[in-house]
Design a protein. Structure first.
Length: 81
């Protein structure tokens, strides 16, 4: 779906209400902007986290040593805590 969104001279833009509702941004919120070779992508925080997790999984797979908890445990062990 392509939607035209106008940008004011001071850089503000408004997402249409139906899109905000679908994205769970009814009461406002933050979106993350990624500039790509193809254009601009807006993501909600939940979408950005899910994308980061998917990218991390590509490199770590199901390796339990790659978990944050395992990393923190190794750091505590190395520091003598």
């Amino acid at each position: 779906m392509t939607v035209q969104v106008n940008i004011t001279p001071n850089g503000r833009m408004s997402l249409p209400a139906d899109i905000r509702k679908r994205l769970g941004l009814n009461g406002g919120g933050a979106v993350y902007l990624d500039e790509t070779d193809d254009g601009v992508v807006l993501r909600t925080a939940a979408q950005a986290v899910a994308r980061a997790q998917a990218l991390a999984k590509q490199y770590t797979g199901d390796n339990p040593d790659s978990l944050v908890e395992a990393f923190l445990a190794r750091r505590r062990e190395d520091s003598g805590e």
